[in-house]
Design a protein around this ligand. Structure first.
Ligand code: DLL
Length: 433
């Protein structure tokens, strides 16, 4: 088998050469085959011929989620339907889903970048991969499935949910690798505890957690409670699905599969590139996608980029944790709040679990934020005074981190609804104006 990961260790100059050639081809194809790109490029006065260096990327127009909506369902495709062999979709909070499609070549590329994703955690033949991402229209399940198979691991296509069955597989099939959203991973960790299983008796070694924001505090919880190394992995359906970037065992940012995806960070207001290391919106250009080429796609995810070489030896740039989305920022009494800041604060309070929900209300023109969070079993057993004491601590911590006074409600364990996929962290009950 060819060494799929060799490209991760070439020189920067070689990688740049590869990217430039692919970028020129991608732009030429998009202009030739997708009316939306033809028109956008014409308006911007740009063409594939103008791209002489990667810096010329700046001259290309942006695309956004609204372009998918406006061309729903298949208007962004660069190939006829008889070349499409797979369709996925991601559900938005409102309206129609975003539809994405793949040629056979795209599925091959996807499998390869997913193989590299799991290889970043040392996964190979002999590993047993418990794939608890949802199978179906969501890209998580099938994405990890094909990647893990390609490296020769044994895949358990268990999908999300059916927690009892997950425990059975963990114990009896000897799973060495877990793939799940971090919130579902934590739910499984609790179920392991409840079943009286010592995680040290399980064979789990590494977990690939992603598809939703999570924090270092959550990483500590997953690592200690499941006795594995927890790696962050980022992807987005429009670009491919999972496989865009993943941490190596250094766990200091996620390496972008730059031979397929060109990443930029821009200021979401001015759309100008930000200085290195500064937070902004992640923008991705696909370099090899056949069915759905994307030029400067605004992901709405907020992160920063670190081009410094990594101790692991990969040449690939790293992006930091996704700290929020341009559209999940809440404005509460004029203060900007991201749900991930709340998680960050809560994981610093001993006595609560990272199961939480933000409820925002408006009464008499005034917004209020309630943070509902679960007590640990020990605190709950210690009684209402202990719960109130923890609530006061959490309130102080939240004020310190988000600069806002929240009503903190410390509730008994297992009273906040669990999700088997992406967790729902916010209930905004304010009337829409
Ligand atoms: O969530 C693909 C995926 C599957 C990634 C499995 C990782 C693992 P979508 O359903 O299109 O695709 O959702 C994409 O999820 O724009 C981010 O806001 C969020 N997201 C994905 N990975 C992470 C992560 C998949 N590691 C949206 N940290 C993205 C934070 C993430 N947010």
């Amino acid at each position: 088998m060819k060494d799929l990961a060799a490209v991760e260790r070439v020189s920067r100059a070689e990688l740049t050469r590869l990217q430039l050639g692919r970028l020129q081809e991608c732009v030429a194809r998009a202009a030739a085959r997708v009316p939306l790109y033809r028109e956008r490029l014409r308006q911007a006065g740009a063409s594939a011929n103008d791209i002489r260096s990667l810096d010329d990327l700046k001259r290309l127009p942006f695309t956004a989620k609204s372009d998918f909506r406006d061309t729903y369902p298949f208007g962004m495709l660069a190939v006829p339907m008889d070349e499409i062999v797979r369709i996925h979709a991601s559900s938005g909070t409102t309206g129609k889903p975003t539809v994405v499609a793949y040629t056979r070549g795209d599925l091959q590329t996807w499998s390869e970048v997913m193989a590299r994703t799991v290889m970043a955690g040392g996964v190979g033949p002999g590993d047993v991969v418990q794939n608890a991402y949802g199978y179906g229209l969501f890209t998580g399940g099938l994405g990890f499935h094909y990647g893990a198979e390609l490296v020769g691991a044994a895949v358990i296509p268990i999908s999300g949910g059916f927690t009892e069955r997950q425990l059975l597989a963990l114990r009896d099939f000897g799973s060495t690798v877990l793939c799940a959203t971090p919130s579902y991973g934590l739910h499984l960790a609790e179920a392991v505890e409840e079943a009286g299983i010592d995680p040290k008796t399980l064979k789990l070694r590494v977990g690939f957690f992603g598809a939703e924001p999570w924090t270092e505090g959550m990483r500590r919880a997953l690592e200690s409670r499941l006795n594995l190394m927890a790696l962050n992995t980022y992807g987005i359906s429009e670009v491919m699905g999972p496989g865009v970037s993943v941490e190596c065992s250094e766990r200091r940012g996620m390496h972008v599969a730059e031979d397929h995806f060109l990443a930029e960070i821009v200021d979401p207001a001015t759309l100008q590139p930000v200085a290195r290391g500064v937070q902004g919106e992640l923008v991705i250009t696909t370099l090899t996608k056949e069915a759905l080429p994307l030029i400067r796609y605004r992901t709405r995810d907020l992160t920063s980029m670190d081009p410094e070489p990594c101790a692991c030896g990969r040449v690939l740039v790293r992006i930091g944790r996704i700290t929020g989305r341009t559209d999940d920022m809440l404005i509460i009494r004029g203060v900007n709040v991201y749900p991930s800041q709340v998680e960050h604060a809560l994981t610093q309070v001993a006595g609560v679990e990272p199961h939480y929900l933000l409820v925002i209300r408006r009464a008499d023109m005034l917004d209020s934020l309630e943070v509902r969070v679960e007590a640990t079993a020990a605190v709950a057993a210690a009684g209402p005074d202990a719960m109130r004491g923890i609530a006061a601590q959490a309130k102080r911590k939240l004020h310190e981190v988000i600069g806002l006074t929240a009503d903190v409600d410390v509730v008994p364990p297992k009273t906040i609804e669990r999700s088997i996929g992406k967790a729902k962290r916010v209930e905004d009950l304010r009337p829409r104006d």
